[in-house]
Design a protein around this ligand. Sequence first.
Ligand SMILES: [Zn+2]
Length: 469
Amino acid sequence: MRRLWILVIVLVLAGGVHAQEITPGLDGIGDPYFPNLGNGGYDVQHYAIDLSWDDTTNQIAGTVTLEANPTENLTAFNLDFRGFEIDSITLDGAEVDWERDGGELTITPPESLTKDTAFEITVTYSGVPGEGVFGAYDVFAGGWTRHTKGVYVASEPNGASMWFPANDHPLDKATFTFEITVPSNYVVAANGLLQTITENDDETLTYLWQTNDPMATYLATVNIGDFVVQTGEGPNGLPIRNYFPSRIAESATQAFAPTADMIAFYNEIFGPYPFEAYGVVVADTDLPFALETQTISLFGNRIAVGRSSAETVIAHELAHQWFGNSVSLSRWKDIWLNEGFATYASLLWLEHTRGTEAFQNEVEGYYLFIANSNLATQRFAAPANPQQRDLFNAGVYVRGAMALHALRLEVGDAAFFDILRAYYDCFKYSNATTEGFIQVAQEVSSKDLAAFFEGWLYAEKMPELEFES
Ligand SMILES: [Zn+2]
């Protein structure tokens, strides 16, 4: 690195730097809330994650290969990666120089990389995920969280690089394969479609899962358990495969029975379901959250105890496949584009299945939850302006959903649903911003909504909504 800077200075002095600049890639992708998350200078096309799991130590070991394209000429580049013992790193098959500093792994090739000439970087490592990791965002750790029946992995927002080397930001989506080797009494569920299960000589099995569509790193998941697999079909022949703990498979089957109807409903109001399959995995442990891991949402075992609220959570995670997974964030501060949309989508499902009155009552309850609260304003931050350390606050979810409901009242049902479809269509398989959504809303409704969105998305105090008494 130091040598390179001398080179750059010499080039600058020689006046030749502009034509053929060769620099190291930046150590961040430009997210103001996570300056070191993601990296500059390259675009990952594919992650091949090949890991063995030891059920006695919870250690993982193996290799992860990134296929990537330089987006500029590079003397060096960074990966995000924390913890673990690194055995070796190869670039296009040859050992390469590297060093680590906190969550940044810097690779220095013997010769600079050329823009648009693809490369492969393979990291061989071992260790216990999440161990020795400090300063992490405190919502999800990105660990392989152990429970009595196996493991689940939830990595939002920045936990992916705590179990595999990555360009760890939704701005760089890529396809994935997972080759996960486990003792033969376990089953593995990951993203995409299961391709093969290979029996090895040492009483282990290797599960090969593969995604068709690019995915943000935080949505990658590996789940290990004593699952039974329940398969079904959604609209247009969409494969649905659910991974349920054997102990509660029957009640889980009941809880998730509306899934195909939900997909049909969202197909109609948002646009066609974006991926090759859907389904869920239920970890046999009590989770305080559910996560929309792409094509296979993750739930804890309380989803299967027959609560009526379960349907809302199930609809919420499904709706994220459109809003959050296909339409990804460009920066984490815009998290309301995921959570406000998924929360409102679950209310729309309620309206669809239980009618206008039940819907109105629920919306009023959500609204009053924010409006009547005397709790600190920070917890109910303006949806588009959450604190960095409090991204998942109720303002993002509930007030975010209320902002969409207020928009519906402002522009009318027809324009509102046109806006949802147009926004989805504009940003599917890509990345959106709050500004991009506002622009679509204004264009589709032919209204100047600047003051409306200022109040609902940015002002500290939530605007008022009127309800019929
Ligand atoms: Zn959500």
